[in-house]
Design a protein around this ligand. Sequence first.
Ligand SMILES: [Ca+2]
Ligand SMILES: [Ca+2]
Length: 235
Amino acid sequence: MAELRKFFAILAAVAILFAAGVVRADIIQTQTFGPAVPNFFPVVTFNKYTGNVADLTAIIVELSLTSTGGLGQVDNESASVANVSVEFGTSAYLLSGDVTLPFNLINPLSPLTAVTSQNFVLQPDDGDGIGVNAGGPDYGQVLGGTVTDLASGNVLSTSFADYVGAGAFDITAFITTYLDVTGASGISQGTTPPNAEGFVRVTYRIAGGVPEPATLLLAASGLGGLAAWRRRRRS
Ligand SMILES: [Ca+2]
Ligand SMILES: [Ca+2]
């Protein structure tokens, strides 16, 4: 009976994986970049889909960015108290001359950011001169933590053809140190860059394809379990 329970447990696990969409006929390519000190501009290369464009139900591009350490600095130069919100870390966006990428991943004005945030009440300029001068009541600093953020977008179906055929395509990631100060003007800014790393992932989602090897393995072990259980039952 224990074997029978085990068999049904495996069967249930396979069913759950299917239902959860974990097991799919996706073709997934992941290319990493870094770790390196921004600013840097890695080029990552992916294979095109070699089947028919009609097989594709979706093309998904993901960008993951992890920012570690570094320092963001602000120094008030105005004669008023400044309530500021500071975000410090790394930003990233993508560009490609080969394929049309999802719009949310290619906007330099709205990049993906992996940041540590902190609010400050900066006292009026203490007379330390223009530029960041560490210390004094008009100064604040954000120590960069380890932060990861992910952005994902769907390629428009009208651009699927870019991704189909022989060969490969390139995507360039623009990885830069990021410091954003909101709430007041007249604030000097300075940074010591963090370390940055991440990945770009391209997924081809295929209609009615064959399951991935992991699924077949699970199914096979389930069938194996059944065969073993039958053998034991007969003997
Ligand atoms: Ca100052
Ligand atoms: Ca200062």
